[in-house]
Design a binder for this molecule. Structure first.
Ligand code: IMP
Length: 424
């Protein structure tokens, strides 16, 4: 049975938690393949609102095994806190499996991110300050500590001592901060080790065996395509690869193992942090989208920047990820606008671009070319099938489908599970 990949097609916060929760119903394994606790999913299930940062939302289903694959970075204290909260809510977390190859977020990653972002001043990226970039940086520099290092205190200590000497020099001599205490870190991380141990397995083999046994496997990306380290709006990106291709590298399976690549798109666009965003609306329409969509970050509480749907970035996401289908979320937020705008191209330096421009400075200057579609006045949160939608809303969905050249399979009109309308 081939695996499916689900990922964000914009700058994150597309409503992946809701969509993956919907898909998880039919899955046996839900595998998170990149990012860390910079992500945030809000899931509403049976009237309960749960906020998850690291653990795939499949954990809410008793038949699902949730996996954190090699390409994820893990802050063990945060992960254990999330497990404790879920358990307090009656959710069994023994089905959580963690790769020993995943890299750890260490206290110096948090400390260094704080000072380096401050140092960048007005050029700061507006990161989530969860230590994501510094942890991936150490991974690439081959000085990272991994989950498996937790289970040999001597090795953990040796590796930590080497890294900490350099990190403490940077903290004290460059940034004038206090050094971090190695003994304290070892004590904390050995305590985490004991609690994480039952969850750590060979996740690559687990996924491979599940596919051989005809199990349903969902590989979940965090953040979104435009935040991809290689293909996003660099440097205003995250430090990992949300694109579909990385799912395979992270989990450790080959390309033939996947047959569906499901893109999640919000019916409008949001972005948190700095960076170009051509369809951003700084007027009352953007304000209204933010209010109606409750656009505040799950992880940091930051207000998200809001704007109109951008069909150019969607076409780019469709190409990069080889999308086979789309899930359109938060269509209900657009109710009440007289007209709704869709960006179908950009104007930059006197030229028209129908695709994502090839150079970042063009994207910074890109002026959206809009198509205006008829709006719909009525609220649509009570719709339970696509036929319940007003015809203007259906036409909007059809137009987005046509522009993306990818079929829309599901339209979401609210946070609850029953507000997901199968389409097409
Ligand atoms: P980092 O991932 O914390 O390094 O932040 C890098 C950029 O990615 C910042 O602009 C963040 O706001 C953005 N970012 C990281 N995670 C998310 C997410 O889950 N949703 C939306 N934006 C995110």
């Amino acid at each position: 049975m081939p695996a499916s990949i689900v990922l964000g097609t914009q700058w994150g916060d597309e409503g992946k938690g809701k969509a993956t929760d919907y898909l998880a119903d039919r899955m046996d394994l839900c595998v998170r393949y990149q990012g860390g606790n910079n992500a945030g999913h809000t899931v509403i299930a049976e009237g309960r609102e749960l906020k998850l940062n690291l653990i795939p939302s499949g954990i809410l289903y008793e038949h699902v095994t949730s996996v954190l694959a090699d390409g994820v970075v893990i802050d063990p204290g945060v992960l254990l806190g999330e497990v404790a909260e879920l358990q307090a809510d009656g959710v069994d977390c023994s089905r959580l499996k963690i790769s020993g190859n995943a890299h750890l977020i260490m206290p110096y990653h948090l400390e260094l991110e704080k000072v380096t972002q401050r140092f960048l001043g007005e050029n700061a990226l507006g990161t989530t300050k969860r230590g994501i970039g510094p942890s991936y940086g150490d991974k690439a520099a081959r000085i990272g500590l991994r989950v498996q290092d937790l289970f040999d205190e001597k090795i953990f200590r040796q590796k930590l001592d080497v890294v900490l000497e350099e990190k403490n020099k940077i903290l004290t001599q460059v940034y004038n901060r206090l050094p971090l205490d190695g003994d304290g870190i070892v004590d904390d991380y050995m305590e985490y080790a004991a609690r994480l141990a039952p969850h750590v397995v060979d996740t690559g083999k687990l996924v491979h065996d599940a596919l051989r046994d005809d199990k349903n496997v969902l590989l979940e990306g965090a953040q979104g395509t435009l935040l991809d380290l290689d293909h996003g709006t660099y440097p205003f990106v995250t430090s990992s690869n949300p694109v579909a291709g990385y799912a395979l590298a992270s989990v450790g399976i080959g390309p033939k193992e996947v047959d569906r690549v499901i893109g999640i798109a919000k019916a409008y666009v949001t972005r948190v942090g700095a960076g170009p965003f051509p369809t951003e609306d700084l007027g009352p329409d953007g304000e209204r989208l933010g209010e109606r969509g409750a656009e505040f970050g799950t992880t940091t509480g930051r207000k998200r920047r809001c704007g109109w749907y951008d069909a150019c970035i969607m076409r780019y996401a469709a190409r990069l990820n080889g999308l086979t289908e789309l899930i359109l979320t938060k269509l209900d937020v657009l109710s009440g606008f007289e007209t709704v705008k869709v960006c179908v191209g950009y104007q930059a330096e006197g030229e028209r671009y129908d695709d994502f421009p090839p150079h970042q400075s063009l994207f910074h200057k890109a002026e959206p070319i809009y198509e205006e579609l008829e709006g719909w006045g009525e609220e649509i949160v009570d719709a339970r099938s696509i036929d319940d939608l007003p015809s203007a809303a259906r036409k909007y969905v059809d137009r987005l489908e046509q522009l993306a050249d990818v079929p829309v399979r599901l339209v979401s009109v609210g946070p609850a599970r029953e507000q997901s309308l199968p389409a097409g």
